[in-house]
Design a protein around this ligand. Structure first.
Ligand code: GTP
Ligand code: MG
Length: 197
């Protein structure tokens, strides 16, 4: 699938105020700084559609982007950012969990993990929570350009092994780099297939 149009629609902290249309949507979630906003820019071939930053905590709201006039990509704030106050963490948790629980248009979430890191408890717990709530999700390894192919494969295999120690099956898995467009085609193809089904 080619993205021919991508537009910012709205920012929100309340899932009930997100776009009311029935367009299918796909949401990116993960630790702060993992590359959620960058991935939206990479997929849409737009440098600054979603705001990115070298400093964690950049995205603070639920951001909807309309793609090809027919579906939404959603950029979410990151979790696990140590410098956010306890109160802010609670508020964030509330509206993100509310978003995932209540958003009928959500077809799939994607949990982004940095391919350089070992499985982090906060990501595993979030995936577990998605599973328990029957919310479909895929895993997207980000920043693949930061590792040599062998090290990348080793890390992805180790991650899969960790998941399979407790899960019966693996979710769909993607390897991406927003620096060199790795994974763009695979991820867009996956979304396209679901949209057409
Ligand atoms: P929050 O909004 O704070 O939760 O962060 P985010 O997950 O949206 O991350 P963002 O896209 O803002 O990227 C964080 C930093 O990582 C920026 O400096 C990006 O340039 C960098 N980055 C993101 N993706 C990649 C990638 O694929 N490769 C490399 N080398 N850097 C990346
Ligand atoms: Mg962001």
């Amino acid at each position: 699938m080619k993205i021919t149009s991508a537009k910012f629609v709205m920012s929100n902290s309340d899932a009930s105020k997100c776009p009311s249309s029935n367009l299918p949507e796909y949401a990116f979630i993960g630790r702060s700084n993992v590359g959620k906003s960058s991935l939206i820019n990479m997929l849409t071939n737009k440098k600054s559609l979603a705001k990115t930053s070298g400093r964690p905590g950049k995205t603070q709201l639920i951001n909807h982007f309309l793609i090809n006039e027919t579906w939404h990509l959603v950029d979410l704030p990151g979790y696990g950012y140590a410098r956010v106050s306890k109160k802010d963490k609670k508020t964030f948790q509330k509206y993100i969990t509310h978003y995932f629980r209540s958003r009928k248009q959500l077809v799939s979430g994607f949990v982004l993990v940095d391919c350089r890191h070992e499985p982090q408890p906060i990501d595993l717990e979030f995936m577990q929570w998605l599973g328990e709530n029957a919310i479909p999700f895929g895993i997207v390894f980000t920043k693949a350009d930061k590792l040599k192919p062998n090290a990348l494969q080793r890390n992805v295999d180790a991650y899969k092994a960790t998941l399979l120690a407790t899960w019966e099956a693996l979710p769909p898995i993607f390897i991406t780099s927003s620096s060199n467009n790795t994974g763009q085609e695979e991820l867009l193809h996956y979304i396209h297939e679901i949209n057409e089904s």
